[in-house]
Design a binder for this molecule. Sequence first.
Ligand code: SF4
Length: 156
Amino acid sequence: MIKYVPELTDIVLEEVPGRVTLAVEISNCRGSCIGCHSPFLKDDIGEELTPEVVDRLIAANFGVNCFLLLGEGRDKDALLRIAAHLREHHPGIERAVYSGRPEVEPEIYAAFDYVKVGPYIAEYGPLNERTTNQRMYYHGEDITPRFWHKGIDTNR
Ligand code: SF4
């Protein structure tokens, strides 16, 4: 099971380049970033993110073309089930996940269109700074430089 925090669900324009993205915050984070922006996301909080919930959220936010999980939780199979559901039932919506781990398993790269990896390390900065250790991949291509000419905050 993976859980999300319903009250933090939002439409975002900057986390995924060129996409109108519906973003859900996933709890049970297994990261250990020093200077974590949301320590409460390490706790077992929120409600289960099921395929039915995903359907409801998408129906309530007509026009989005990307679904982003901010965090991956601790249940990889449940995460992959959500990705598979999106692929099968919402083919016009791209799938994105932000992981705080340095790398994720090949099946996660394969299941999502966009995968961001790397813990937040203050001295290297977030994704929109050239010194960042974090990386955003689109189907295996490193698209991190697309963030460098924008004054956006992706500090997560
Ligand atoms: S991935 Fe995000 S929530 Fe998890 S420890 Fe790092 S900053 Fe905190």
